[in-house]
Ligand binder design. Sequence first.
Ligand code: PEP
Length: 280
Amino acid sequence: GRHKDQQRRTGFQYQGLTFDQHSLHVFAGLCAVDTPKHVEEMMRALKDQGLECTRMGAYKPRTNPYAFQGHGADCLPWVFELAGKYGIKVIAMEVTREAHVEEIDNALEKAGRPCGVILQIGTRNTQNFELLKAIGRQQTYPALLKRGFGITLNESLNAAEYLASEGNENVIFCLRGMKSDFGAPHRNLVDFAQVPTVRRLTRMPVCIDPSHSVGSRERAPDGVLELVHATAQGVASGANMILVDFHPNPKTALVDGPQAMLMSELEPFLKDVEIARDAY
Ligand code: PEP
């Protein structure tokens, strides 16, 4: 639109898609893979909306050791097969250790590479330097780096530099809110005012994660979900990617059910994203 930086060279291509500071991709999906039925329902809904990307958590770093830890490598074969079935080209999937990259690579190879994967580094691992170096060393998969929830923005940007300095420059930077009681009742203090800041300071595409920032399905007095308002703020200020949780039945979700949007909310959500994008 009205912005003058359209000529700046940024970002990268992956799976035939462009990820740069001018593109916008919605990665709606399950916070955590649970059942084949739910994954299939999610992917079918994405296809119906013409979406080619999703988020699917297989390895879940949980605060509580007794909480569901994710299906891990066991679910990869059927998740990738379903992605192929519904034309999903890219899955954002968190990895918490180097071995997970190999598990993903092996499963994709066995499945005949029906889709690609962007390796997500979670906020709890933003300064896991050995993990960063390992994901930086490989260049098969791009990386989605979450900002650390308790460190400065510059410290998180340095973490991105670890990936690049090891050779992987295909990095997307994700704002996901900061730990702070001052932001309550939101789960985290929403930090989407820094979308333009990260775009100014770096050449990385910038992702926002309204689900993990706001952390609930509360509605504003206008009837709109607060996490949709937060999304609009991020998109209207230039976000290039949206990582967002949906679930066919949030009550039964094994992880973060309270922040997952309903399938019926996908289409209106995409419309709101379009309106916010037009405002940019
Ligand atoms: C996630 O996106 O599934 C996640 C755990 O996010 P974060 O690392 O930002 O908490």
